[in-house]
Design a protein around this ligand. Structure first.
Ligand code: SF4
Length: 74
């Protein structure tokens, strides 16, 4: 399923630096595939868009979890 954040997402819109082959792979895997597994999506859903760091890539699950934990416990 397509991610509902496609339009405004800096990753999907090539605003983030990424090796092109890998970018394509992630877009297929996350943005057009299983967006609920995307690190950016996870933070956005749990905390809100403003909590998603600029450099967070879809595969950075550990970082996403840390961010979520940190802010949920405040
Ligand atoms: S799956 Fe993640 S990277 Fe892709 S559009 Fe959605 S929030 Fe952005």
């Amino acid at each position: 399923m397509k991610c509902q954040y496609l339009q405004g997402c800096p990753f999907y819109n090539d605003k983030m630096d990424i090796e092109s082959g890998l970018g394509k792979l992630y877009k297929n895997r996350y943005c057009l595939g299983n967006n609920t597994k995307c690190a950016r999506y996870m933070v956005c859903e749990q905390l809100g868009k403003e909590f998603v760091p600029i450099g967070l890539y879809p595969n950075m699950h550990e970082q996403a979890e840390e961010i979520i934990l940190k802010h949920k416990h405040q």
